[in-house]
Design a binder for this molecule. Structure first.
Ligand SMILES: [Mn+2]
Length: 252
């Protein structure tokens, strides 16, 4: 097809409290007009985790949408929107005793023509799938993933460690934050998954690909991913946001 043709975007997001927790600190959000998509996994006492994730989602999406008129590159707009979300969550955390110390992971995708940009902080992940093959794009900002990357631990040791949820970067816990930004090119048919650790502790890239390929539409695929985590006990909240790029004339 003509590579200049704009791709249409199909999107489905689902979040589930899981099988053990009583509250859901995960969340997702998007704005199809400005083509920004985000999943956050909040942490903090009482309801603070929910406040952190909801605030980060709202502030990121709004800031990114409002910056569309600026001269900044899309990379810069995404980067600044993450820093803005960090500032807002951090200021709110400082403003009350109950919210003190709250924070959230953040994984965000934006689509700029035929380019995909991913920005992340923490251990929520982005995966990319083309031609039935799924690969993790982001690098977890977690103690165990960093030990493995440094060669100080192997994957088996990391899997057996009790330190599964120790993250090394978060949105809102400090005045500043350093997101990673990844970019790639998009083709019709490509699928992007943004997801919290509530899924990835139960499904690797291969399992994710198999589940998505076993479904005939994006909504069923999103539900199948959530169901996989729940069938295995879902000790944590589970959130999945799936995007698929479609040729303009095939969009639903
Ligand atoms: Mn989680």
């Amino acid at each position: 097809m003509d590579s200049g043709t704009e791709l249409k975007i199909d999107v489905v997001g689902l979040t589930d409290v899981g099988c053990q927790r009583t509250n859901n600190e995960d969340g997702f959000g998007y704005d199809l007009e400005s083509k920004i998509f985000v999943v956050c996994d909040g942490m903090g006492g009482m309801a603070a985790g929910e406040v952190a994730s909801a605030t980060a989602i709202k502030e990121l999406v709004e800031h990114f949408a409002q910056s569309v008129a600026s001269d900044a590159t899309t990379e810069d707009r995404l980067y600044r929107a993450i820093l803005h979300a960090n500032t807002q969550v951090h200021q709110m955390a400082q403003s009350s005793e109950e919210l003190h110390g709250m924070g959230t992971t953040l994984v965000s995708a934006c689509i700029d023509g035929r380019r995909l940009l991913i920005g992340n902080v923490g251990d929520s992940r982005a995966y990319f799938m083309r031609g039935g093959v799924c690969a993790q794009i982001t690098h977890d900002h977690s103690f165990l993933a960093e030990q493995v990357r440094k060669g100080a631990m192997n994957l088996e040791e990391a899997k057996a460690s009790p330190l599964q949820s120790v993250i090394t970067r978060a949105v809102g816990t400090a005045e500043t934050v350093e997101p990673d930004i990844f970019t790639g090119d998009l083709e019709a048919g490509d699928i992007v998954l943004l997801t919290s650790d509530g899924l990835t502790r139960y499904a690797d890239a291969k399992a994710i690909a198999a589940l998505i390929l076993g479904c005939t539409n994006l909504a069923d695929a999103c539900q199948a991913l959530i169901d996989r985590a729940k069938q295995q006990g879902a000790v944590d909240n589970v959130t999945c946001l799936l995007l698929q790029l479609l040729p303009a004339d095939e969009a639903a």
